[in-house]
Design a protein around this ligand. Structure first.
Ligand code: PBG
Length: 370
């Protein structure tokens, strides 16, 4: 309703009358209210922006493997590599210079066996990588993935119910045994801490893993090493490219007896609650984009606990593949997706897009309006 040329007092009267006759009781509406006023220019839009994505939100996942030759690109994850220690050492400074505060490491060991002994050996590939990074950029936060699937010859996340007789005849053959696995996870976490990791991130969805790792760390005087729990990890098909990258697909069966059913969200709150009570310093929801509601629910229920979200390999591959074909604008879709994850409630985003996104954000920073 355009205001004719009338006095202020008359204007107020018109406005009041308009408000009183408004169909919604909450107050003014169109044409008094026009949300587009604040979208008129880039600077106005930036002034009222509610979510600000920055490089400080990112955690960059890196795969390390033994060997002397350079980095090997992962076919299903263009732009992401399996790094050797030498190649990794040349890379980490540029990551820190982009303003990315942390990396999370995954190892591809020289040899795999039923227990995965390289997972907790002093000269395991991840332990070497931690020491190399800490020598070059000591301030870069090093997080390590604590799981068994990359190290076991069967590709499962724990010790298995195998043998004659079965270790536990009440459970199916091949079942991932819970309590015996906890002991191995504790050893892995301690060996990562000994090598200099800042944060350990158990990802196997084994019951009691947070409490048990906390106890092992504390018994070894690592009270100050934090735990980022993959508290809410779904049995997701979006991990496909990661399993190529980490050479960790299960040789038989699947991970549904420990990872969560994608249909559940109340159970996610239960998982998060248990991990908080076991001493998790930070929580994670994984994957991210198909689970924004879960991120939101966990964030609302535990606002006091920093929350990470893992924008997983399949989410990365989708945007990469579509933008390589010219079907999507990579820069815009990546920044939109990452902003969406943050808006849903994630404080930290584990993402393979971290370096490119940090570069794009740096290009935009300092300008008024975007
Ligand atoms: C287990 C682990 C997985 C991922 C991170 N940690 C794979 C799995 O559970 O099968 C997936 C990450 C991704 O897809 O990017 N060590």
């Amino acid at each position: 309703m355009p205001f004719p040329d009338i006095s202020l007092r008359e204007k107020d009267a018109v406005l009041k009358e308009h408000l009183e006759s408004s169909p919604v009781n909450s107050g003014a509406t169109f044409p008094v209210v026009r949300p587009r006023r604040l979208r008129r220019s880039p600077v106005l839009r930036a002034m009222v922006r509610e979510t600000e994505l920055t490089a400080a939100d990112f955690i960059y996942p890196m795969f390390v493997r033994p060997g002397k030759d350079g980095a090997r690109e992962i076919p299903s994850m263009p732009g992401i590599y399996q790094w050797t220690i030498t190649a990794l050492s040349e890379e980490v400074e540029s990551i820190a210079n982009l303003g990315i505060p942390a990396v999370i490491l995954f190892g591809i060991p020289e040899h795999k066996d039923p227990v995965g002994v390289e997972n907790f050996s002093v000269d395991g590939i991840v332990q070497q990588a931690i020491r190399a990074i800490k020598k070059i950029v000591p301030e870069l936060v090093v997080i390590t993935d604590v799981c068994m699937c990359e190290y076991t010859d069967h590709g499962h996340c724990g010790l298995l119910n195998l043998g004659d007789p079965l270790p536990d005849p009440s459970l199916p053959e091949g079942y991932v045994l819970n309590d015996p696995t906890l002991e191995v996870l504790g050893k892995v976490a301690v060996s990562h801490a000994q090598a200099g990791a800042d944060i350990v991130a158990p990802s196997g969805m084994i019951d009691g893993m947070v409490g048990s790792i906390r106890k092992s760390l504390d018994q070894n005087k690592f009270e100050n090493i934090a735990i980022l729990s993959y508290a809410v990890k779904y049995a997701s098909a979006f991990y496909g490219p990661f399993r190529d990258a980490a050479e960790s697909p299960p040789k038989f069966g699947d991970r549904k007896s420990h990872q969560m059913d994608p249909a559940n969200v109340r159970e996610a709150l239960r998982e998060a609650e248990l991990d908080v009570s076991e001493g998790a310093d930070m929580l994670m929801v994984k994957p991210a984009l198909p689970y924004l509601d879960v991120i939101h629910r966990v964030h609302s229920q535990f606002p006091q606990i920093p929350l990470g979200a893992y924008n997983v390999s399949g989410e990365y591959a989708m945007l990469k593949a579509a933008s390589e074909r010219g079907w999507l604008d990579e820069r815009k879709t990546v920044l939109e997706a990452l902003t969406g994850i943050k808006r849903a409630g994630a404080d930290l985003i584990l993402t393979y897009h971290a370096k490119e996104a940090a570069r794009w954000l740096a290009e935009e920073s300092g300008k008024i309006g975007k």
